[in-house]
Design a protein around this ligand. Structure first.
Ligand SMILES: [Zn+2]
Length: 430
């Protein structure tokens, strides 16, 4: 059991894990109101007389544990629950938490994250600390659980959450959308989108849909239409797609950056252009389903395992689709990085710099250098075995280094040390 995450030590509680979240949410867009009931199946890792959850600025209306009323205290985004009966190590408890209020994003060193009101709808972009902006959770990347969502929204709106849609139920002026995410998921990858959308289905080997604003006629650009081809390329390189569906939500609003959630990605309308600058990000977010979502770093200091792999996947898609080769991208970005300050350590960039572009590009360059060093066959085996072995769980840099040592004739120890532990940019092999 690890200690609190060094980047966000105020989040999460390592004394227990959550096996399942059942979230029933009623959303009123007019006035931004959320009425929630969260049921959590928790497993104690050590004897518990109390536990702590992360929950934003809501009014908690009641907490029960295994049907008994529980005492609680909610402040500074932490909900401390006193167990009515102590739970022994390995024991389970079912928590039920009622809460309501006006959801707001969570503040932090990287700015606001989580619940985000749009002109006419909502998205949740929770990475890395925004999950408590909409439900009580054990907000750690290494505490994965299955999820069920029942989200009620006004008639005329479409709701997307993680996983597969189970059913929609109509009442007087609202529709309740039920989704299940059966593959374990970290809280930060949970999402909900509410908006007026039209659904476009793509012909792919897994159910693949793109939701576009329904108030305008949207012809999907090739950058989005080519996702079935990207899926085929990545399936070939990384192994089977790890989830049962993939949904891309394109909001009517422009968004600064796209974001991956588990089995869902969110883009702003500004990305609906037929340009490489957009297409590379469509590939990037899809690749995160393998690297970041199926296999998640155990701690945020290993963020390069998400962003380096997803960035390298952009270059692999470029290569596979007959454009610039990965080697050409590597040369171009190495030249650019060489002219930038060399004061970032890839293996521990710090919370404020975890999404610095240099993490993405240096991570991709590490992988390209590794590919050159161990050869094509061993590199491909590393990409696939990494997902096969760790999907639905967590793994960090030590596990990757061990995997390379296991698969390749050369464990490339010095390569990892130079790229991950030193601020100076290592040379790019010719
Ligand atoms: Zn990314």
């Amino acid at each position: 059991m690890t200690v609190p995450d060094p980047y966000f030590p105020q989040h999460g509680d390592h004394r227990y894990g959550v096996a399942h979240y059942d979230l029933s949410l009623t959303c009123r867009l007019d006035g931004n109101r959320l009425d929630g009931r969260a049921q959590l199946q928790v497993v104690a890792h050590e004897p518990l007389t109390s536990l702590e959850l992360d929950l934003g600025a809501f009014t908690v209306t009641g907490v029960s544990v295994d049907g008994r009323k529980a005492r609680y205290r909610h402040r500074h985004h932490r909900l401390r629950v006193e167990m009515p009966v102590p739970v022994e190590a390995g024991g389970e408890a079912r928590l039920s938490i009622g809460y309501r209020g006006s959801p707001k994003p969570m503040p932090g060193v990287l700015g606001d994250a989580g619940w985000e009101e749009l002109d006419d709808g909502v998205i949740v972009a929770a990475q890395p600390y925004g999950a408590p902006s909409w439900f009580p959770c054990n907000d750690r990347p290494d505490d994965k659980a299955t999820y069920a969502f029942a989200v009620s929204a006004p008639t005329g709106y479409t709701v997307v959450a993680n996983g597969r849609l189970q059913e929609t139920r109509r009442s007087a002026n609202a529709v309740t959308w039920s989704y299940r995410q059966d593959e374990p998921m970290a809280p930060y990858l949970a999402t909900v989108s509410i908006g007026r959308y039209a659904v476009q289905r793509l012909d792919a080997t897994v159910p693949m849909t793109v939701l576009v604003p329904s108030d305008r006629h949207v012809e999907l650009p090739a950058s989005f239409r080519r996702q079935p081809e990207m899926l085929a390329t990545f399936t070939d390189l990384f192994g089977p797609y790890p989830f049962s569906s993939y949904t891309v939500v394109v909001t009517a609003d422009d968004l600064e950056i796209p974001l991956e959630s588990q089995s869902v990605s969110t883009f702003g309308a500004n990305y609906l252009v037929d340009e490489w600058s957009s297409e590379r990000l469509v590939a990037h977010e899809l690749a995160h389903q393998w690297y970041g979502n199926a296999v998640t770093a155990g701690g945020w200091d290993d963020i390069w395992l998400h962003e380096g792999f997803a960035c390298y996947a952009e270059w692999l898609w470029s290569e596979a689709s007959g454009r610039e080769s990965a080697a050409e991208h590597a040369r171009h970005h190495w030249d650019r990085l060489a002219a930038l300050p060399q004061d970032l350590v890839l293996g521990d960039p710090g919370a404020a710099d975890m999404f610095d572009d240099r993490v993405y590009k240096r991570g991709a360059l590490l992988l390209h250098t590794l590919r050159r060093r161990v050869g094509e066959e061993a590199f491909r085996s590393v990409l696939r075995t990494w997902v096969e072995r760790h999907r639905y769980g967590n793994a960090g840099t030590p596990e990757l280094r061990a995997l390379v040592a296991e698969i390749a004739a050369d464990p490339a120890e010095d390569l990892f040390t130079d790229w991950l532990e030193k601020a100076a940019l290592p040379a790019l092999p010719a």
